[in-house]
Design a protein around this ligand. Structure first.
Ligand code: SER
Length: 615
């Protein structure tokens, strides 16, 4: 079966059960600051799972492009990917006690899953190779005997002995962000061994078995996880299912490795051709080929998205950078690239050709994709050798400090995660504590505070950048005062000045803020004078931790409050500045030296940018 046939069969099956087929949403979520990428088909549908009416009705199905980087280090085995397509169907609101609701719940969801998986008309999988897991139950939600019984019924008891009751960490689908719709799920597993599948399983077998591969997840979304971590019943009962296209295609074709399916084979072939290595010739080479294939495919889809961005040091751009650089490094590590030849665009071209019929945006954005791949590879190529030498030097007789890890990043372009990974390969550790301190220095620059996401804004660390953090707070307070007193509208304009962006290195600060026009020379001079006065006053910088609610009354913030934790750090500089901030900061403004604005310019419409240095 080809991938095209599989996608089509899935959509046709659910169309025949009254589902409307909707297009894949962008990889970059709209209006959701809690995650960088669309991680599942349900993700763009959250408002509808919560009760909003979807124009397509109460039954929807689609194929959604997804990026998940949470287990990027697992990539290299047979079935983990950073980019994948998810086949999904949704019921938005099962009929309630009064029969209101055009969706469905467990009965139909399970019946249709069994039919689609095993009927010769659809996937025709061998029922003896299937097993299912259901939720084991806890204080939040009961043991799902209902789902177990339904599986036995619809399978004519063929699943007897192969139903596993698993706890919340396995059989519960939580929201992509911290709060949102969720519920117990039931998952379908396929035995990928050459041998006969076990007729009976022991409890817990499905939790983590290399031969039982999960292919489909049916989530019974009936709760909303609130910000306090409690579970409230949703006003409607929903179904959210997700089936991984790559895994399912492998299984349907009797393959034990996703990279042997047509969704990877042409990429693998191209890498073999460029490198002269053979997939399967050794574990290292196989892993490297898988990582390169996976990461470049993901990079192509990110760059090819209509809401794409180029590689950068923050947010989605940072993930993109990390993917490309990790692929390049795996190329080097295994001598996969001829040194005079940039290879990422060659592979990128293969990915575009494979997918352009299904995802037209890839062809449309082809030049952007290929140019960015090559540019990023070139940039990294320039420093990778030197960076590796520096790494060897740094780790000669000790573990690597957080500060040194930042030097590798800022000077040699090694994403922090890459440095950690190289260290781990050699049995070395990074001094996690100082590393974390260095990371925290950049937290306020981060575009996402979601746990498990990559923190953005990494630039440099140490004492110098600490000074610039504190100087940034002084600058914002000074801008508020100076622009307020000089604006004709009186207090209003000045009050409303807030941070639109901030970037700090060891050499300078860069600060973006909303203001409609160019600052006059006099205003710039006044801001400088005010900041320098506060430096000369040698004011202690105080930090207090307090509940977010309280902090929001004290300080103006420019980010969505939902991005902060429940307890936040507030930094106070005398009566002059109060800011919510991850820190760290210097202990006293007297440490800063002389503050000078080097440049004031437009950043975008209605936003000014100041670059300033401490001398
Ligand atoms: N949200 C669930 C998942 O991603 C089912 O779609 O696995």
């Amino acid at each position: 079966m080809t991938s095209k046939e599989l996608r089509q069969k899935y959509l046709d099956f659910f169309k025949s059960h009254g589902h409307t087929v909707i297009p894949s949403a962008s990889l970059v979520p709209e209006n959701d600051p809690t995650v960088l990428f669309t991680t599942a088909g349900m993700h763009p549908l959250v408002p509808y799972l919560l009760g909003e009416k979807h124009p397509g009705g109460a039954r929807l199905a689609n194929v959604q492009k997804c990026i998940r980087t949470g287990d990027i280090e697992e990539v290299g085995d047979i079935s983990h990917h950073t980019f994948f397509e998810m086949l999904g169907n949704w019921s938005l609101g099962a009929p309630d006690a009064n029969g209101i609701g055009a969706g469905y719940f467990k009965d139909e969801a399970i019946e249709w899953s069994w039919e689609f998986l095993t009927s010769p008309k659809w996937l025709g999988l061998d029922p003896h190779r299937l097993a299912v897991s259901v939720f084991a139950g806890d204080a939040d939600s009961p043991r799902d005997e209902e789902a177990a019984k339904r599986w036995l019924d619809v399978s004519g008891r063929q699943l007897e002995g192969r139903i596993d009751y698993l706890p919340k960490n396995k059989n519960w689908w939580g929201p992509a962000g911290e709060a949102g719709p969720c519920g117990p799920d039931t998952e379908t597993f396929y035995w990928v061994g050459d041998d006969t599948a076990p007729e009976k399983i022991s409890q817990g077998d499905l939790a983590d078995h290399p031969k039982w591969v999960e292919i489909w997840n049916n989530v019974f979304m009936q709760y909303n996880k609130n910000a306090g971590g409690g579970f409230e019943p949703l006003k409607q009962k929903n179904v959210d299912t997700g089936m991984g296209l790559e895994r399912t295609l492998a299984v349907v074709n009797g393959l034990d490795d996703n990279y042997k399916t047509e969704l990877f084979l042409p990429i693998v072939k191209k890498i073999e051709e460029i490198s002269g290595k053979k997939y399967g010739e050794s574990e290292e080479v196989t892993k490297a080929i898988r990582v390169i294939a996976d990461h470049i495919k993901a990079a192509v889809f990110i760059l090819g998205d209509d809401k794409a961005m180029a590689p950068s040091n923050t947010g989605q751009g940072y993930v993109l950078r990390r993917l490309i650089r990790r692929a390049v490094r795996y190329g080097k590590l295994n001598n996969l690239s001829a040194s005079s030849h940039f290879f990422t665009a060659d592979i990128g071209q293969v990915v575009i050709d494979m997918y352009k019929d299904v995802y037209a945006e890839l062809e449309k954005n082809k030049n952007f994709i290929l140019d960015n791949l090559t540019q990023e590879e070139e940039k990294f190529e320039k420093t990778i050798e030197k960076g590796m030498k520096e790494f060897e030097k740094l780790t000669k007789d000790k573990e690597i400090s957080g500060e040194e890890a930042f030097v590798l990043f800022s000077t040699y372009g090694f994403p922090i995660e890459l440095t950690k990974e190289i260290a781990a390969e050699r049995g070395l550790t990074i001094d996690e504590n100082s590393f974390r301190v260095a990371m925290e220095a950049h937290q306020e620059l981060s575009r996402t505070a979601s746990s498990g996401m990559f923190k953005g804004g990494l630039a440099d660390a140490g004492e110098e950048s600490k000074k610039y953090h504190t100087a940034t707070h002084l600058l914002l307070a000074a801008l508020r005062l100076v622009l307020r007193s000089s604006s004709e509208g009186g207090e209003v304009l000045g009050e409303e000045i807030y941070q639109k962006g901030s970037n700090i290195t060891a050499e300078r600060l860069r600060f973006d803020f909303n203001y409609p026009q160019k600052l006059t020379e006099e205003q710039i001079k006044k801001v400088e004078e005010l900041v320098n006065k506060k430096i000369e006053e040698k004011i202690p910088v105080e930090m207090v931790e307090m509940p977010k609610e309280e902090a929001l009354k004290l300080a103006k913030i420019s980010f969505d409050p939902a991005k902060y934790g429940e307890v936040v750090k507030v930094y106070k500089i005398g009566g002059f500045s109060v800011e919510l901030c991850g820190g760290p900061h210097v202990a006293n403004t007297g440490e800063l030296g002389h503050f000078k604005i080097a440049k004031e310019e437009a950043s975008s419409a209605g936003v000014r940018r100041i670059k300033a240095v401490l001398e």
